[in-house]
Design a protein around this ligand. Structure first.
Ligand code: GLU
Length: 296
C-alpha cells in the first residue's frame, strides 16, 4: 500500500550512497534529485551510508562523499547513519520472515549451470534448487526469500505503472549473502521503514529492485514509500557511470563545482536553468522551483 502522508507525517527522503569510492556525476544526479524533491516538498533529507559490503567499501570514501555534498551546498538533516552499525535490525527482520526464508547451499557455478539449462529467458532467475531443503552433504551458504508467482505492481512518479512477476523474472532472492554480508534488498527495506522514509528518489538502475522491496515490505508489515526513479548517466559506451566503468570523482582538484558538476547535473535532470547562476546558493534557489515545476 502506498503510504499517504498525513498532515502529521512530514515528507522524508534520503540519499543512500555506497561508500565504494567518491561521488561521480551519476551519483551526484541521484543525490541532487532526492535533495531537490525533499526541498521542493519542504521535507527532510536524510543521508545513509550503505556500507554493508565490507569487501567493496573504500576507506575514507564515506568522508569524501560527505565533504563533496557539503561543497555542493547539500546539507542533510540529522545524523548520518551507517548500515554497518544497524546489523541487529536486519537480523530481527530475517527472523520475522520465518518460513518465507530458507538456507541455500548453491555455489555461483551451480546456479549458472542450472540457468544454462533453463534457457535465455530465465537467465537471471534462481532455479529454486534449495527451496525444498539442502542436498545431503551440502552446507548452507546464503539465505533466500521464497517469492510468489504473482505480479507486484507499483506506480513510479516518473515512469508510471510498472509491474514484475517475482517468481518468473527474479526468483527467490538472497537476503543474507554467502560471504555473510547482509544483502542490499533487506537492509534498504528495513532502514527506509525505520527512518520513516516517505519518498524514495534514486537512479533508474534500481527500478528493477523495487518490486522485491515492496514484496519484502508487505511480508514485514511495513509501509511502502512512493518511488521516483530518475534516468542514469551513461558514458560514451552507453554504460552506467560507476567505479567499474572508470567514472571520475566530480569533486577533484581544479573542478569548478557549480559549472562543471551542479549545472550539468541539473540540466541532465531536465531542469530549466539559465546561465545567470553564478554562485551555489543561487543555483539551489533556482533549481528547487525548477524541480517543482517539472516533477510535482
Ligand atoms: N546504495 C545504493 C547505491 O549506491 C542505493 C540504494 C537506494 O537508493 O535504494 O546504488
Amino acid at each position: 500500500m502506498t503510504r499517504h502522508k498525513t498532515k502529521h507525517q512530514i515528507y522524508t527522503g534520503r540519499f543512500a550512497p555506497s561508500p565504494t569510492g567518491p561521488l561521480h556525476m551519476g551519483s551526484l544526479v541521484a543525490a541532487m534529485a532526492s535533495y531537490l524533491d525533499a526541498k521542493a516538498h519542504d521535507g527532510i533529507w536524510l543521508l545513509r551510508m550503505e556500507d554493508l559490503d565490507f569487501d567493496r567499501n573504500v576507506k575514507g570514501a564515506d568522508q569524501h562523499i560527505l565533504q563533496s555534498l557539503e561543497r555542493c551546498g547539500m546539507q542533510w538533516d540529522g545524523e548520518v547513519t551507517w548500515q554497518s552499525q544497524r546489523q541487529a535490525l536486519y537480523e530481527t527482520a530475517l527472523q520475522k520472515l520465518g518460513n518465507n526464508v530458507y538456507p541455500c547451499a548453491c555455489s555461483r557455478k551451480e546456479i549458472a549451470d542450472s540457468r544454462l539449462r533453463m534457457g535465455e529467458a530465465a537467465s537471471q532467475v534462481y532455479p529454486g534448487t534449495c527451496r525444498q531443503g539442502i542436498a545431503p552433504g551440502k552446507v548452507a551458504r546464503a539465505w533466500r526469500l521464497q517469492v510468489p508467482d504473482q505480479v507486484i505492481a507499483f506506480t513510479d512518479r516518473l515512469c508510471g505503472k510498472l509491474s514484475q512477476n517475482l517468481a518468473q523474472e527474479v526468483g527467490d532472492f538472497v537476503l543474507k549473502r554467502a560471504d555473510g554480508f547482509w544483502a542490499y534488498q533487506l537492509a534498504v527495506v528495513v532502514d527506509d521503514a525505520a527512518q520513516g522514509i516517505t519518498d524514495v528518489v534514486r537512479g533508474a538502475d534500481l527500478i528493477d529492485s523495487t518490486a522485491r522491496q515492496i514484496y519484502l515490505q508487505k511480508l514485514l508489515g511495513l509501509p511502502t514509500p512512493t518511488y521516483l526513479h530518475v534516468p542514469v548517466v551513461t558514458n560514451a559506451h552507453g554504460e552506467k557511470l560507476s567505479k567499474q566503468t572508470g567514472a571520475l570523482a566530480f569533486d577533484r582538484d581544479g573542478v569548478d563545482i557549480l559549472h562543471e558538476a551542479l549545472l550539468p547535473a541539473a540540466r541532465f535532470l531536465g531542469l530549466k536553468m539559465d546561465d545567470s547562476v553564478d554562485d551555489i546558493a543561487t543555483f539551489w534557489s533556482k533549481a528547487i522551483p525548477a524541480w517543482r515545476e517539472k516533477f510535482l
